[in-house]
Design a protein around this ligand. Structure first.
Ligand code: NAD
Ligand code: GLY
Length: 369
């Protein structure tokens, strides 16, 4: 690769606009972090897996910019995306006497990014933060767009805030240490952008399956760039999910039910979304929006990435009933009625209701008995 910085995109949100830098070897360079709001203190929030790999490099890159740089390493895993872990960030900020100019740096995957963003949104009613996503999933989705939060035992991402970062730094070099299962889970969110926004991108993904699974940097760079472009376009039009932004949740209504029903951390978020997209495709067919050929193709593409296409049983007695119960907690639900993101096969998504009978049929079809 000739230049460490390959692309800079902008999330256009007026006064809250910010850049997404995509490149390699960005983390260790002090220039990457020039021009952020002036402050004397920075806090790197990471976890017990990522901090040993990358916190020292980030610490050195931040030193020219801040008098004090602290590091906090949280426990690793979706099961720790909780109030208790969030409170560790506040404890750390307060015990170091961090003021309202302190800049938080989220160094990790979506779990660290979502929690650090929420801490930044609420510490002293709001301090600046920077997203440094270290998983593919976080680079193509969670670090961009300002959704922050934690899980509740009764529902995924139920407590949180819209709060935009100062910038997003997508360093592709960091993906080299990502386990294969995590890379594939991130590719689920990449696949998502095809059916909802760009069928030519789905064609490209299908044609580059092997390169993407092998972690080819050029292929990943394109996947991150195109995903972020689509997400930037959607978020720029509908920052707080008044309507359009819901399309980014294709596969997530079923997927969140799988995550909550299995227990957070059993299936990876991307795995649950992958299977959820298959279910949502079947529902799209049941609603007359796509044909069986489309569903079979999307299922084949998802399976080619080693991602699950069959749903888990969440209840031996009334499996579909349990899915429905969990999906009613979905944030898109209105007056108890679940609304699903479905697709029309031309690269467009829409929000639709469905009868319980239709949803039960899809779940029965898609779940492993
Ligand atoms: P994650 O944050 O749990 O990271 C996955 C695993 O990879 C963890 O064990 C982590 O420690 C490890 N890891 C991270 N970077 C690594 C690296 N470079 N090398 C080696 N190991 C590394 O999971 P995720 O898939 O990144 O994110 C999932 C979370 O993101 C979920 O909580 C989901 O709800 C959230 N999410 C949020 C949004 C949003 O818009 N805010 C969008 C999508 C997903
Ligand atoms: N990941 C869904 C969204 O950002 O809206």
């Amino acid at each position: 690769m000739n230049s460490p910085l390959l692309h800079t995109l902008t999330i256009a949100l007026g006064a809250r606009s910010y850049p997404i830098s995509i490149g390699s070897d960005l983390l260790a360079s002090p220039a990457t972090f020039a021009g952020l709001p002036a402050a004397s203190t920075a806090l790197i929030v990471s976890n017990t897996t990522v901090a040993p790999l990358y916190a020292a490099a980030l610490y050195s890159a931040l030193q020219p910019h801040y008098c004090d740089v602290h590091t906090l390493s949280l426990p690793d895993g979706e099961a720790y995306k909780t109030w208790e872990t969030l409170n560790q960030i506040f404890d750390c900020l307060l015990s170091h006497g961090c003021d309202r100019k302190t800049v938080l740096f989220a160094l990790g995957g979506g779990v660290v990014g979502d929690m650090t963003g929420f801490a930044a949104a609420s510490y002293m009613r709001g301090v600046p933060f920077v997203q440094i996503p270290t998983t593919l999933l976080a680079q193509v989705d969670s670090s961009v767009g300002g959704k922050t939060g934690i899980n509740h035992p009764l529902g995924k991402n139920m407590i949180g805030a819209f709060y935009q970062p100062e910038r997003v730094v997508c360093d592709l070099s960091l993906l080299a240490t990502l386990p294969a299962r995590e890379l594939a889970a991130g590719l689920a969110e990449v696949i998502k952008y095809g059916p909802i926004a760009d069928m030519a991108f789905l064609d490209w993904i299908e044609a580059h399956t092997s390169a993407l699974l092998a972690g080819d940097v050029q292929a990943l760079a394109h996947a991150v760039r195109r995903s972020c472009e689509i997400k930037a376009e959607v978020v720029g039009q509908d920052e707080r999910e008044g309507g359009l932004r819901a399309i980014l949740n294709f596969g997530h209504t079923f997927g969140h039910a799988i995550e909550a029903g299995m227990g957070y951390g059993q299936w990876l978020h991307g795995e649950a979304v992958a299977c959820g997209m298959v279910m949502a495709a079947h529902l799209s067919q049941a609603l007359g929006l796509v044909d069986a050929t489309f569903v079979a193709r999307l299922t084949r593409i998802i399976a080619a990435f080693g991602l699950p296409v069959r749903g888990p049983m969440l209840d031996a007695n009334d499996n579909a009933g349990r899915y429905l119960e969990l999906m009613r907690v979905d944030k898109k639900a209105q007056d108890g009625a679940i609304r699903f993101v479905v697709v029309d096969g031309s690269g467009q998504a829409l929000l639709r209701g469905a009868s319980d009978a239709q949803v039960r049929t899809v779940i029965d079809l898609c779940c492993v008995p």
